[in-house]
Design a protein around this ligand. Sequence first.
Ligand SMILES: Nc1ncnc2c1ncn2[C@@H]1O[C@H](COP(=O)(O)OP(=O)(O)OP(=O)(O)O)[C@@H](O)[C@H]1O
Ligand SMILES: [Mg+2]
Length: 254
Amino acid sequence: MSRTIALAGKGGTGKTTTAALLIRHLIKTGRTPILAVDADPNANLNELLGVDVDVTLGEIKNELRTAVPDSMARGDFIEMRLNEAVIETDDFDLIVMGQPEGPGCYCAAHAFLSQALEKLMKNYAYVVVDNEAGMEHLSRLNMRNIDHLLVVSDASSRGVMTAGRIAELIKPLQLEVGTVWLLVNRAPQEIPQTLDDYVQKICDEKDMKFLGYLKESQEVFEAEIARRPLLELVDNTEIVKEASQLFEKILKGA
Ligand SMILES: Nc1ncnc2c1ncn2[C@@H]1O[C@H](COP(=O)(O)OP(=O)(O)OP(=O)(O)O)[C@@H](O)[C@H]1O
Ligand SMILES: [Mg+2]
């Protein structure tokens, strides 16, 4: 069984950064094989992981409107194309969902692809799903079973409140989530007691477990400016050490 860890949170809070740091941690601790899923239509996880993307699942879906050969069973063809869309590296594999279909969705292809993706995910010990802001697409993706959902917030009361609202969407969307975690990102060196109290209050109210704080990081900032992958951060970088400690809480089932 693979463990699925998905990221959620409002725009720009650090979902993709956290996903990349998590993948780095899984690699470093030998927790493989890993499938990274970029489910954000404006895909950029690949950049933080330092890989190029040739084809997205969205493109395959479009192609399936016309290009399914008569001679080949539709399901087999779709599975073959899906496997071609998996980008393999030494340390992890990546699949990019790309743009969702516009009006006139080719639903048969969608259903086949969801099935094929589900099957593919079973080949991995860990599946890390980076998402766009919001939650609706998680159900659209048919990714209903998530072991750990990490809701990322900025270090503000309003941000934490929004994270709480996001956690509340799990039920109406009928997502099956094992544990919902709150991660407060870009935190200052000194955490104000008021923020800490509020975080605890919202976690209690919304049934979230508090994962911890990730501090504002000069190294992440510099890597971003230079467009350097976060996988290249060295082990003793402060944010890598912080993040690794937090991720162990999830991975060890604490
Ligand atoms: N701990 C941190 N320290 C410094 N900069 C950070 C940190 N976390 C994220 N950032 C920066 O904040 C910006 C937004 O981060 P990121 O792209 O990970 O957010 P996101 O939630 O994935 O955004 P989107 O909703 O657009 O997908 C990026 O420029 C990233 O480098
Ligand atoms: Mg992102």
